[in-house]
Design a protein around this ligand. Structure first.
Ligand SMILES: [Zn+2]
Length: 167
């Protein structure tokens, strides 16, 4: 189920998004209509929110592998079999769609598992974390985030001038 996001200032629709969608990029965006800045609900600062706990879990990929395998197997099984209510000229269509969907799921899940196991996903998150730290060190950006109500860790908050390095 996708959700519509509207500008908090003028109410103009900005985009539709899946609530599960997570982007690791600048959180502040400008309204296409009124130009005012808002917090993009899709976007997250890794340096403020941390790496999601399930980022390196293989379970969702294993699930996708099994489901993809079943769908693909079903497609394979349906080839050459009579399907009720389907004209014979297009009887290859459904099995082909199943088979392709299944194969795509299987490949995607294997690639996902390999990226976790080889540490390549870890490296990607480290790079994203570094980019996020650089963004938050920009006091102008951090100040705007705070003003818009985004919770920042103490080391990035603006206003309290203690340069201590605790934490
Ligand atoms: Zn607006």
């Amino acid at each position: 189920m996708s959700v519509e996001f509207h500008c908090p200032s003028c109410g103009k629709k900005q985009f539709s998004y899946e609530p599960r969608e997570r982007r690791y990029e600048k959180v502040i965006k400008s309204c296409k209509s009124c130009g005012k800045e808002y917090l993009d609900p899709r976007s997250h600062e890794l340096a403020a929110e941390g790496i999601p706990a399930d980022a390196f879990s293989v379970t969702p990929y294993l699930l996708m592998l099994v489901v993809g395998g079943l769908i693909g197997w079903r497609g394979w099984y349906l080839f050459g079999r009579h399907q009720l209510g389907t004209p014979s000229e297009i009887s290859w269509l459904l099995p082909s769609v199943f088979l392709i969907m299944g194969v795509v799921c299987v490949i995607a899940s294997i690639v996902g598992i390999i990226r976790i196991k080889t540490g390549s996903k870890q490296k990607q998150f480290e790079r994203l974390m570094q980019e996020s730290r650089m963004r938050l060190k920009d006091t102008d950006y951090a100040g705007k985030l705070q003003a818009l109500g985004y919770a920042l860790p103490r080391e990035y908050t603006i206003g309290q001038e203690d340069s201590g390095n605790e934490g």
